[in-house]
Design a protein around this ligand. Structure first.
Ligand code: PMV
Length: 324
């Protein structure tokens, strides 16, 4: 009873930040994201009577406190009516917890692999609902391409759907890594602070409109309006974080330097925008036809240690390339 799944990390264009139910991970608002094709988590799960306890190995290291993973395994076990322990081996092909949504790809891959290993044949919607309970944004890593997470009022109405397949729009997310240390405050902890920002209610009042607007730009493939809106959204998220109590500041000096550069390149005619997650690294959004120009510019910036170029990616999928 072994299965393996590969799931993508994603970049949110309209962000998920703040929950209305901590246990079920129901978000305060809907969000829109794109799955990424080159930042992936692969997870193999095997259930076996011989295993005395759940064992979790992340990037080659045994995890001592794998409570969140075990909780997720319990959800899947309950659904399958199974009482068997599991071995979980999981590999990220990118730095963990550095503003690339590793919990999203991680819990999407874990959920899909565990369900398949227990012979549960779940439709995409059910997998998305299950993945959401492990890590909110993981629900968006189940469907393909450009994705909307419908906030929902209860667990069975809060899940993600694909808006467009990966080949719908040739845009790239170039992740510019300026710092790859593990972040000090996880997004789960940070999210709990959202409502302490005096600006959070203003954000929620306007978010429905914003989602509608961005979906319109996506439908029209209107890159300029889309870019302007998602950059403003990223800055709004940072403003919420910075005005939380206690304040959350994920930026580093290198982050700000790169933001200034992106704005300068734009003034000089390169159609380029940024967004970011809870971390110091920027996700630079550009049309495929301008990728070469951007790569050239980035090579000139010494603070950028590494870039990861992504096209829109497919959602989580099973594979027979097991990790053990
Ligand atoms: O699912 P979490 O707890 O890792 O939260 C993700 C939060 C952001 O990446 C900042 C925004 C988003 O919508 O992905």
């Amino acid at each position: 009873m072994k299965a393996t799944a590969v799931a993508p990390a994603s970049i949110a264009f309209i962000k998920y930040w703040g929950k209305k139910n901590e246990v079920l991970r129901l978000p305060q608002n809907g969000s829109i994201s794109m799955n990424l094709d080159s930042v992936l988590t692969t997870t193999s799960v095997e259930f076996k009577d011989e295993y005395a306890q759940d064992e979790i190995i992340l990037n080659g290291k045994r995890i001592a406190s794998g409570e969140r993973v075990i909780k997720q395994l319990n959800l899947v076990r309950k659904l399958a009516g199974a009482d068997i322990k599991a071995k979980v081996v999981t590999d990220n092909n990118f730095p963990t917890a550095a503003g690339i949504a590793s919990s999203a790809s991680g819990f999407a891959a874990l959920t899909m692999a565990a369900a398949a290993a227990l012979n549960l044949d779940l439709p995409e919607k059910e997998l998305s609902i299950l993945a959401r309970q492990g890590s909110g944004s993981a629900c968006r890593s189940i469907p393909s391409g450009f994705v909307e997470w419908i906030a929902g009022a209860a667990s069975d109405s809060s899940y993600a759907v694909s808006l467009y397949p990966p080949d719908y729009w040739d845009i790239c997310d170039v992740i510019a890594i300026v710092n790859d240390e593990e972040k000090e405050i996880s997004s789960s902890v940070g999210q709990k602070l959202a409502s302490t920002s005096p600006f959070f209610s203003a954000r929620l009042a306007n978010i429905g409109n914003k989602i509608k607007t961005v979906k319109g730009y996506l439908a029209d493939r209107n890159f300029k309006s889309f870019g302007e809106l998602i950059e403003a959204e990223a800055l709004e998220l940072m403003a919420i974080m910075m005005t939380s109590a206690p304040a959350l500041i994920y930026w580093r000096p290198e982050t700000v330097k790169l933001i200034k550069k992106i704005m300068e390149w734009r003034r000089l005619g390169l159609d380029v925008y940024f967004t970011e997650d809870a971390g110091p690294n920027l996700h630079i959004i550009i049309e495929g036809r301008n990728l070469e120009s951007l790569s050239g510019e980035l090579r000139g910036i010494k603070e950028v240690k590494r870039v990861i170029v992504n096209k829109p990616g497919r959602g989580a999928a099973l594979t027979n390339r097991h990790l053990f």
